[in-house]
Ligand binder design. Structure first.
Ligand SMILES: [Zn+2]
Length: 198
């Protein structure tokens, strides 16, 4: 079960908010015994973090079922800075984008006929994401309603999230629903959850 991650992305925190918010979450996880202050790079393959916090004595508080043999799990990496995150097989595009104004769905990868993104369709999103990463702002006009919508407000298909703060749990058993709910509540923002393999 190596090199598998569960990721929580804060989809709304700004880059300025990300650092202090990350510290508050880490303090909470340490106070719960889920992680320790000690860090390790072993088994961490996060896109912008080389190490993570080593599990604490009560790491099982975060997971859904009873602890299985073969654990304990790996470190928990914290990533800050505007970026896009992909789960699953790690495609570089979302399979679809839904306009938050009119709910129209823009299909990027036309399953099951296609397995690759329509570059024409994805280009405005790619450009807006690049602009947002650079400057903190980028918009895409909805082809259905015409609204120019900040790229961070579009709803992407599963396994594709934008954010300035994300957490990777490396090789953890499935995280519990109550833990994920409290995590999101403490972030105070919309979150995306992903799973994937390095
Ligand atoms: Zn629209």
């Amino acid at each position: 079960m190596g090199d598998h991650f569960q990721r929580i992305v804060d989809a709304e925190a700004t880059e300025e908010e990300a650092g202090p918010l990350a510290e508050r979450i880490v303090d909470w996880l340490i106070s719960e015994g889920v992680i320790t202050r000690e860090t390790s790079g072993e088994g961490v393959y996060s896109q912008s973090a080389d190490e993570g916090y080593v599990p604490g004595p009560r790491w099982d508080r975060a997971v859904a079922g009873p602890a299985e043999p073969g654990w304990p799990p790996g470190p928990v990496a914290v990533m800050t800075g505007r970026d896009y995150y992909v789960g699953g097989q790690g495609e570089d595009e979302a399979d679809c984008a839904i306009c938050p104004r009119c709910d129209a769905k823009t299909v990027v990868i036309d399953y099951p006929e296609e397995f690759e993104a329509d570059e024409e369709v994805w280009r405005p999103f790619r450009d807006a994401i690049a602009a947002w990463r650079r400057t903190g702002a980028g918009g895409v006009a909805c082809s259905a309603c015409g609204a120019l919508v900040p790229v961070t407000e579009w709803r992407f298909g599963p396994g594709f999230d934008l954010g300035a703060l994300a957490f990777d749990f490396w090789d953890w058993p499935p995280l519990g629903a109550a833990f994920l709910a409290e995590f999101a509540e403490r972030l105070g923002h919309r979150t995306g959850e992903q799973t994937g393999k390095f």
